[in-house]
Write a protein that binds this ligand. Sequence first.
Ligand code: NAI
Ligand code: MG
Length: 501
Amino acid sequence: MTTASLPDVHPLLKEFLARKVHKLLIDGKPVDAASGKTFETVNPATGEALGAVAAGDAADVDAAVAAARKALEGPWGKMTPAEREKVLHKVADLLEARAEAFAQLDTLDNGKPIREAKSGDLPLSVALFRYYGGWPTKITGDTTPVSVPYYPGAKFLQYTVREPIGVVGAIIPWNFPLLMAAERLAPILACGNTVVLKPAEQTPLSALWLGELLLEAGVPAGVVNVVPGLGPTAGAAIAKHMGIDKVTFTGSTEVGREIVKASAGNMKRVTMELGGKSPNIIFADADMEAAARGIFAGIFYNQGQTCSAGSRVFIERPAYDKLVAAVADRAGKIKQGNGLDPKIAMGPLVSKEQRDRVLSLVEKGKSEGAKLLAGGAAQPGAGWFIQPTVFGDVKDDMTIAREEIFGPVVCLFPFDSVDEVIDRANSTDYGLVAAVWTKDIKKAHLAANRLKAGVVWINCYQFVDAAAPWGGVKQSGYGREKGPYAIENYTSVKSVWVDLN
Ligand code: NAI
Ligand code: MG
């Protein structure tokens, strides 16, 4: 692996990337890992090193938790809700002003096309800080008209308050590095908590840079601690830490299961946003041009590395041949390359490991007899590119129809009836999202009702907003991020009784 010559990027980013080591951010200060160890983060479009990063481990997580605990009682805990709102709005403003530089950073660290980083990751991250920036003054309790059966006629004032949970551990993945950090930090902070954030080892840089921006915006030291490191070390230390009150996780179902087990030690609360194998159902009466765009957005956005990937596309038989031909033809025309080029629509996968994982599933698809209609191989040359890949006539029991691929690989299936397609769509261990395409409003709502998923899109795909809930059912996890639901994730309810007798 060679070290990158610094690419032509925003001057602020150039300065950031020139650092010798990207240190942990603990108690408001950049620090080396206690072990002194570092790891390299790499630009997946070139295979070149982007920088060295301090490798956090259990001792560093201990220090971060201590700082977070102290900050809970310090200036952060003493701020009024209105003051917290002001800080969060400042974060949004600063991030918006530096959107170009942050977008470039995520493109370099993750490989995603800059056009997606600029139109999706950045505006959404800013919107999350604005949306949750409005919440601190609106987190209220209730008064309840209580009747105590064993004390007839007694009068009480009974009210509830929503309090911060305390120290939150946030373990996030590499597919939307900045956005995942923003999606967690905004509500965690709005509710008055403090946090230890562990970005993924593949993409630690934007979370570290965001941590510095938060300090600049007036978030007191120790409130947000960023500890990059490997999953089995830094991640596992967070999951089992007795001083952490809640863990929020996005990643694989396999690791999610480990985190739930580790959480039992101190009964910490957990929310889990895990994998998917989501159905995208196209009825023959749909607007086919829109549906074709929806198939693309569903599976090729972010190189298919989305938990919500529409990886199983069911097409009603009368529309099947024509739509399949159109999808295969267009997949072959996607412009793939270094995401920094604004003309590029598809970048590399995040790492060699992910590239190889996806390729081995593609080989399974071929050997189990699915019809390869486009792509099916790695791109030659530097970087971890995979051709946009389309499989037709896939059978429900094939490996590619069942396992999450997390790459630009779509499976197309014909179907004949509503009951059949709903059954097949639901016959998976996952249940994150689903989509239905039809002009028949009744059919659409009846399908939405029967699909086992946390999010259903009708005649659209991959739409999200800071205000709308996000999360899955079954083995796609539990708890909802975004919207008012995240306020419940990051607060606990206290019930107070006042004797009025
Ligand atoms: P992963 O689940 O291992 O990584 C996600 C995060 O968990 C990272 O920050 C990682 O450091 C951390 N982690 C890993 N092991 C841990 C442990 N034992 N304790 C605590 N934290 C731990 O995902 P990975 O290996 O990067 O990707 C494998 C597959 O997972 C993908 O191919 C995809 O199928 C799925 N995935 C799903 C995501 C989603 O958005 N739902 C995001 C990333 C991966
Ligand atoms: Mg892993």
